[in-house]
Design a protein around this ligand. Structure first.
Ligand SMILES: [Zn+2]
Length: 241
């Protein structure tokens, strides 16, 4: 989860292909430049299909599905509460994007972001859509979110679709924990190098409940390295043919 004005949920680091294996380094060298490389539409169409299918697979309401969109940023993917969108790093080369689509890595990362979407739903349902502006202006001020009319509409749609979380609801305790975790979410947006303070923040980030649970969900979809390896080879052969 790397943070800037609008992006609060994502990965705090750039994950590579299982960096410890030698073929990972090979892929790094083979892939075209990452910086604003062409984002071929077909990779994105495939990613969107993976996303749509995953959303259906988990059985989540279609009317609450955030759109996904390319954006230049530091993390692989990020859920922006402000825009109610899942952003995907656009500087990734089409080659890598294709591999991530095929290996299942993107599915796993998407699952992580979807978990954050669900966490926000629970928070909105607990606080109440109409009280979210106040919550965001006080306890969650660090998020730097301005509640626009369209964002308010999104919050209301969440509440209308899933209902309020009341003290008698079974989700009550969990939703309260989520709210607390978001209030205490470490803001690492200003850190670039490595210092003790940054490391401490990073550990806090890793241990934050919202991150822990999102990681657990994503782990269920994480591809085995053997599968990734096979796909890397196959795609590489296609490339040199
Ligand atoms: Zn996350």
């Amino acid at each position: 989860m790397k943070i800037n004005h609008t992006i609060k949920f994502g990965f705090n680091y750039n994950t590579h292909f299982y960096g410890k294996h030698t073929y990972a380094n090979l892929v790094e060298k083979l892939s075209t430049r990452d910086i604003y490389s062409d984002t071929k539409a077909e990779e994105f169409v495939e990613l969107r299909n993976i996303y749509n299918n995953l959303w259906k697979e988990i059985g989540l309401p279609e009317n609450l599905k955030p759109r996904i969109q390319y954006k230049a940023m530091l993390s692989n993917m990020a859920f922006s509460i402000q825009d109610y969108k899942i952003y995907v790093e656009k500087r990734l080369s089409p080659f890598k994007m294709n591999l991530r689509n095929k290996s299942g890595k993107n599915k796993s990362i998407l699952r992580h972001e979807i978990e954050h979407v669900k966490q926000i739903w629970d928070i909105v349902r607990l606080v109440g859509a109409d009280n979210m502006a106040e919550e965001l202006g006080t306890n969650l001020k660090w998020l730097n979110i301005e509640v626009s009319p369209s964002l308010l509409k999104n919050f209301q749609e969440i509440e209308k679709t899933l209902g309020k979380i009341l003290p008698s609801s079974k989700e009550y305790v969990k939703a309260q924990q989520y709210l607390k975790a978001l209030r205490n979410y470490p803001d690492t947006s200003q850190y670039y190098g490595i210092s003790i303070k940054e490391l401490r923040e990073h550990i806090k980030y890793k241990n934050n409940l919202l991150e822990k649970e999102a990681r657990n969900e994503a782990a269920k979809y994480k591809p085995k390295w053997t599968k990734t390896f096979k796909i890397v080879i196959k795609e590489f052969i296609k490339l040199i043919k």
